[in-house]
Ligand binder design. Sequence first.
Ligand SMILES: Cc1cc2nc3c(=O)[nH]c(=O)nc-3n(C[C@H](O)[C@H](O)[C@H](O)COP(=O)(O)OP(=O)(O)OC[C@H]3O[C@@H](n4cnc5c(N)ncnc54)[C@H](O)[C@@H]3O)c2cc1C
Length: 291
Amino acid sequence: MAPVLVLMDQSKASMETLALARTFGSPLHSVRMDAIQPFAPDAVAAILAHVADDLNASAVFAAGTDRGNDVMARLAARTGLPFAANCIGAEPGAAVGVVRQRWGGSLLETAMLRAPRALITVAPHMVRATEGPSPIEVDLKPYVAQIEPTDLVVQVKGHVDAAGGGVSLAEAKVVVSGGRGVGPKEGFAIIEELAGLLGAAVGCSRVVTSAGWRPHSDQVGQTGTKIAPDLYIACGISGATQHMAGCKGAKRILAINADAEAPIMQNADYAVVGDLRQIVPAISAEIRKTR
Ligand SMILES: Cc1cc2nc3c(=O)[nH]c(=O)nc-3n(C[C@H](O)[C@H](O)[C@H](O)COP(=O)(O)OP(=O)(O)OC[C@H]3O[C@@H](n4cnc5c(N)ncnc54)[C@H](O)[C@@H]3O)c2cc1C
């Protein structure tokens, strides 16, 4: 049976990706996302292309993260193979059947990939990570030698530390998020305070990142990070479909909004109607009393 190649790092999204790849029942091989340092998506795509050819892999999987989708789009462009992004299901066969998210996850599409090799990314938080054999890691050295200078044109040149206490937005158990209603920038002090007390990550809507009040790395939604915390506290966020695409994986949503008719109220498990500038500090004060 033709092997399957998986692009891996240490993230939960990679473990979920591995779980879907295992359902193919084929020998699994992996290439590490950090095979090239600093990260260079074209170079990683070049390595995947070489290794997949060498193994005659029937499919290449990666997590549907920013980096995973970036690398796989480049792999598709350089090989001319079809690429199905953000899948939640995949079945092997002469044509590989996939179920993939469209419209920011608001609908699911069933599609067939008719090609010698399927390129698939797996939507984060949608597939349960399973126990199973780890992939055989391919010795990368022979492939690294085939990297061309043009593969290094796009390369990470520096890192900016995320604001806040270092809790990862994608994997936080609790996220406290602010929208236009929190602004301007200084208004986020009460969001950060509550997040700090709860050991939570700070999130926000796109209006907030567009206004420059928070970095893009904090944005939740279709064009931001997709999250699946136990609790999502949405403050001054209306609940546009593009925002909900990023937070509908939350187990519980608490909405704090001045408008009882805001769309987010339809999706909230708990709602507090009122001025967040009073409600959020009041919640923080109550938490402090219990400590
Ligand atoms: C292609 C595309 C992709 C997009 N991707 C994303 C994305 O990834 N993430 C995203 O978030 N958006 C995204 N958007 C934008 C999205 O459509 C909305 O415009 C945006 O989510 C609205 O942000 P908001 O809820 O902060 O602002 P608004 O919609 O203006 O809502 C502000 C809310 O704050 C409430 N409020 C105001 N003052 C207070 C107060 N004092 N106390 C309590 N409540 C108050 C109001 O009642 C209102 O409900 C995208 C749009 C497009 C077209």
